[in-house]
Design a protein around this ligand. Structure first.
Ligand code: SOE
Length: 423
């Protein structure tokens, strides 16, 4: 067992994975102490990836002094305080449980796991690791977008009254091309599920986070529109597409990139494999607190790249958010006189808005990556104070129960599924 007490003032992090999520986490760890006052300063002590050369080049870019190809070496190392898991979902459980049992703090990318059984084991490991002083958090980063954190404050302050409706969608279009290759995110054994777990999990988390409600039952439909795709083997010599590596290495393709992703052509792309996850999911639900909720997650919304919309209607007012204008929150106060009432735009960049005060003067705006910086800062602060960082693995497990129920429902003609509502 290794110590969970960081070297004074430092939180030495081992980053597992160096692709899209690995990069944004690395940037976040590096940036957080520059903008937030932290009692412990995160230090990227090591990066781990299967491809030594690629991991080394990542390490060189981020000034990381150590590269490993086996995460077990890092989990066993007393010079590592925390493990940040940015690997595909099929690796989450094994790495997180080993790290927690070794007394390391853990930040794990979402969704928590590929299966409910794995998520249960991870939540148990996190609970047990508290005795070693180790804390665990799941990376639902969008919560820390200032406009969404502020939305939660408005709900908490009672400005919406009784919540009646939650309406959320997460729309992407990166696999519309039927010849986009079979990357790991399209394989159930690597990714767990498709749009449902990858992006549906985000909007379920956001809906619950902003409203404080918990889904108590759901019904779902899923669809896989394109059933087979070109195998994305590394032999085809194609260009790497950041973040969309195959299970055996980076995605490669000799063909032209299109706006919707890679157009896979060429002789070695004739071979196709089965897509084993959903392309899109539609979920309806009821919260334990009595609201109705609808969710839509798809990778087939042509023209929508990363559109996250959330609208909440309450007895006293409504909120609306669109990630394409992420610095804005729309608020309708229904107690205003009807003749002057209406949605007004709040630019969430004031110094007293959540997180915003650490950055630029009002109106100068933040981006996608800032939520990850906020996540890194909050994680480091909680570790320094010995407080549970949110969302905990228990919350990640509650969302996993919903994902699991959605899959069961979809496999049974949208049959209603009751779900334990507590986190
Ligand atoms: C791919 O769909 C993806 O990178 C998700 O995995 C992320 O969680 C989301 O932020 C952007 O899209």
């Amino acid at each position: 067992m290794t110590s969970t007490t960081p070297e004074p003032g430092k939180l030495r992090i081992a980053l597992i994975g160096y692709s899209f999520m690995g990069s944004i986490h690395a940037q976040a760890w590096t940036t957080a102490p520059r903008f937030f006052d932290l009692d412990v300063v995160p230090v990227l002590a090591a990066v781990c990836g299967r491809d030594q050369e690629a991991a080394q080049s990542f390490a060189d870019k981020f000034g990381i002094g150590r590269v490993e190809t086996d995460w077990r070496t890092l989990v066993a190392d007393p010079d590592i305080d925390a493990v940040d898991i940015c690997a595909p979902g099929n690796l989450h459980a094994e790495i997180a449980i080993a790290a927690l049992q070794a007394g390391k703090h853990v930040l794990c990318e979402k969704p928590l796991a590929n299966t409910l059984a794995e998520a249960e084991k991870m939540a148990l490991a996190a609970e047990e690791a508290k005795a070693l002083g180790a804390l665990a958090m799941v990376g639902f980063s969008y919560r820390r977008t200032p406009a969404l954190a502020y939305a939660r404050e408005l709900v908490r302050d009672g400005r919406l009254g009784t919540i009646r409706h939650i309406r959320a969608s997460y729309l992407q279009d990166w696999i519309v091309d039927e010849d986009f290759p079979l990357v790991w995110r399209l394989e159930k054994d690597k990714a767990g599920s498709g749009a449902l777990g990858d992006i549906g999990a985000h909007i379920i988390d956001l809906a619950q986070y902003v409203t404080g409600h918990r889904l108590a039952g759901i019904s779902a439909l899923t669809e896989t529109f394109v059933k087979t795709r070109p195998l994305a083997g590394s032999s085809s010599g194609l260009q790497a597409l950041p973040g969309l590596e195959t299970s055996s290495g980076p995605v490669t393709s000799s063909s032209a990139e299109t706006s919707s992703g890679l157009r896979a052509q060429g002789p070695d792309m004739a071979e196709r494999g089965a897509v084993t996850v959903d392309d899109a999911a539609v979920v309806i639900g009821r919260t334990a607190e009595g609201a109705l909720a609808t969710f839509e997650a798809t990778r087939f919304a042509t023209g929508r790249k990363n559109a996250i919309r959330l609208e909440v209607n309450g007895s006293l007012g409504s909120l609306a958010f669109d990630f394409e204008d992420l610095n804005e929150l729309w608020f309708h106060d229904h107690t205003d006189p009807a003749e002057s009432a209406g949605f007004r735009r709040i630019l969430v960049t004031e110094p007293n808005h959540p997180y915003a005060g650490a950055w630029w003067p009002p109106g100068h705006g933040l981006g996608y990556d800032h939520a990850f910086v906020h996540q890194a800062a909050d994680f480091a602060r909680c570790i320094a104070r010995g407080e549970q960082p949110e969302p905990s693995f228990a919350e990640g497990l509650q969302i996993q129960r919903l994902l699991d129920a959605a899959e069961t429902s979809a496999a049974n003609n949208a049959q209603w599924q009751d779900v334990t509502a507590g986190a």
